[in-house]
Design a protein around this ligand. Structure first.
Ligand SMILES: Cc1ncc(COP(=O)(O)O)c(C=O)c1O
Length: 355
């Protein structure tokens, strides 16, 4: 798949053709505002711009820097920080980015503290973040209305609710709709409890990710109420999502170089210069086609080819990361090839790294 003899490694390499195919598949399933692509999965304005070309104008962000970077670059028209921050400087930076760009900025809130800080920073829009089962951020569904009232009293517009069912992204397909529906019932109830607080501007029920985007069946009385899905990984993919029956292909690899090989009667192995410092490892070992990964260390991955062969020293090896989001965050640039097997034609910076 990769020749790229001049490329210093480890390096991210993206197939534009596969990226475009993934974007088209998703935008056919969830066109326009029915998808709020998550920027954290690529942190790259070049990819966000292509998501705009695919018809999406509202985006999900995980960090204030992603919000400010998208607003300053004029990408999208509606940015959501789907995350809590209590850093007054960063909240003020997002408010300033909204004023300067004219792009709507909305932040998630799940406590009186986050509501009051958003108002004090000069932000204008919030979503009430509701805990739907993942032990992370989000208020209890029954607290959503009082938070909305507090936000309204502080001069903030409550645009709706969000709830992230991250614990269900990789459950078996046959259980997914039922389990997601149980979570979404509480999100929809929370929305119904507060919808009259702000009135017409309160419309958003935001949830979901790459592992669940397909269960929000329009005809279902609960799942059909989710009017935007926050999927991000679908654009580039990783080996965790690749193991699921999803219609997206691996669009990005971490390319390494074979730096050492060992051949013994008891077994042979090869070592490439891709390791813990260039791979997000929280979902386990990366994947190499037709090989078995033994382990990763700081700067290396040790593996054996399933047919007993060895790569030549200096040969390029493509590694599929197990988790795309933290992998991207470790790199400064994405090297773009039009198609697998072709030369790098563009380098896209990962502009939205850090916080
Ligand atoms: C708030 C939120 N929404 C949505 C997602 C979905 O992302 P993915 O497409 O990777 O499943 C995530 C991922 O962690 C998230 O944190």
């Amino acid at each position: 798949m990769v020749a790229l003899p001049e490329l210093p490694t480890p390096a991210l390499v993206l197939s534009l053709e596969v990226l475009e195919r993934n974007l088209a598949t998703m935008s056919a399933a969830r066109p326009g505002s029915r998808l709020r692509p998550h920027v954290k999965a690529h942190k790259c304005l070049g990819i966000a711009r292509r998501q705009v070309e695919a018809g999406h104008h509202s985006f999900t962000c995980a960090t204030p820097l992603e919000v400010v970077g998208m607003a300053r670059a004029g990408v999208g028209s509606d940015l959501l920080l789907a995350n809590e921050t209590v850093d007054s400087h960063r909240l003020a930076a997002m408010a300033a980015a909204e004023r300067e760009s004219g792009i709507t900025v909305t932040v998630a809130v799940d406590s009186t503290v986050t509501v009051d800080l958003a108002a004090a920073a000069g932000l204008r829009h919030v979503l009430i973040d509701v805990n739907v089962g993942l032990p992370r951020c989000g208020c209890a569904p029954e607290e959503a209305r009082s938070l909305a009232e507090r936000a309204q009293a502080a001069g903030l517009t409550v645009r709706g609710v969000m709830g992230y069912e991250g614990h269900l992204m990789t459950v078996p397909e046959e259980d997914k709709p039922r389990k997601v529906k149980a979570c979404m019932s509480s999100l929809v109830e929370a929305f119904d409890s507060l919808v009259d607080v702000t009135g017409e501007e309160c419309r958003i029920i935001s949830a979901g990710g790459t592992g669940t985007y397909h269960v929000f069946d329009n005809d279902d009385p609960v799942l059909g109420r989710i009017n935007e899905v926050q999927a991000g990984s679908y654009a580039l993919m990783d080996s965790s999502y690749g193991a699921q029956p999803l219609p997206f292909e691996q669009a990005l690899y971490v390319v390494g170089t074979a730096v050492s090989t060992t051949s013994r009667d008891s077994g042979s192995w090869a070592v490439i210069d891709v390791g813990l410092k260039s791979l997000g490892m929280d979902h386990g070992n990366p994947y190499i086609d037709e090989a078995t990964v033994w382990f990763c260390s700081d700067e290396h991955t040790t593996f054996s080819m399933n047919d007993g062969s060895l790569p030549a020293i200096g040969e390029r090896v493509a590694v599929r990361p197990a988790h795309i989001d933290p992998t991207i965050a470790l790199h400064a640039d994405i090297h773009v090839v039009p198609r697998w097997g072709e030369e790098v034609t563009e380098v896209w910076p990962v502009e939205l790294r850090h916080w």
